[in-house]
Design a protein around this ligand. Structure first.
Ligand code: BTN
Length: 243
């Protein structure tokens, strides 16, 4: 496994992607940095960082064994790998907030940005970007964010956390390669944030509605039981879970 350590970069995802254009990369080539100047989050958001405090890294993986319709299983693999690592490090119960945020104590401690390389309608490679809040101690403008240190009071070794997540990624990708879809989806749903709890959502038009999260479809849509007793599937642009 090749680990490229950078003191600073624009974004580890961008760096790794550009590297993959000019080099034939092995699976689990990793780029990790102390500081990002253009950290990117899901849906075009910005991923802020205080240099040195948190874990920011990206992993390259060849995934042509994943059919395009099963692409959400990459999200499942990544969420499970992080969740299990945090468990191993004794972090109080963590949940996966659909699609792939990791929460503890009802607050977001980790975000994931997966960028698949698609050629001729098939997924070839993926770049998995992980931002884990480790030793940061204040989140002034982000009331729903937290870090491992804020939750447990302990200081953590970022490299050990990263190596544990990568080890788990290898195990879960092996399960995906063996097409153990049920095992993966069941484990993901077992850790789903607010599953079977009455929850408030906002739809794309801004209206609020109540529902119970039941699970995810194979294509990664969130299945929500609505008040009329019907289960409806939503994609990321169609709803936001408020609480
Ligand atoms: C999100 O929750 O919106 C996803 C955040 C992902 C952040 C990580 S940090 C390492 C990698 N490089 C990036 O630019 N983004 C991801």
């Amino acid at each position: 496994m090749r680990i490229i350590k950078l003191d600073a970069t624009n974004s580890t995802n961008t760096f790794l992607r550009q590297l993959s254009h000019t080099n034939k990369l092995d699976d689990y080539t990793v780029v990790v940095t102390n500081s990002q100047t253009q950290g990117r989050g899901q849906m075009g958001t910005v991923w802020e960082n205080i240099p040195g405090k948190n874990l920011m890294f990206s992993v390259f993986k060849e995934v042509s064994f994943v059919a395009i319709d099963d692409h959400f299983y990459i999200s499942i693999v990544v969420s499970l790998a992080i969740n299990k690592a945090l468990n191993t490090f004794g972090i109080p119960k963590t949940f996966i907030k659909w699609p792939n945020d990791i929460l503890s104590d009802n607050k977001k401690i980790c975000g994931v940005l997966i960028e698949n390389v698609i050629k001729q309608g098939a997924i070839k490679e993926t770049i998995i970007g992980i931002g884990l809040n480790v030793n940061q101690t204040s989140f002034d403008n982000l009331p729903r964010a937290s870090s491992l240190k804020q939750i447990t009071g302990l200081h953590y070794d970022k490299e050990l956390l990263m190596l544990e997540i990568i080890k788990n990624l290898k195990d879960y990708f092996e399960l995906l390669k063996q097409k153990s879809y049920n095992v993966l989806k069941t484990a993901y749903e077992a850790n789903l944030f607010r599953k079977n709890k009455p929850s408030t959502f906002k739809n794309a038009e801004g209206s609020m509605f109540l529902g119970f999260i039941k699970g995810v479809s194979n294509s990664g849509k969130l299945q929500v039981l609505l008040e009329d007793n019907v289960v409806k599937e939503f994609d990321l642009k169609e709803l936001e879970l408020l609480y």
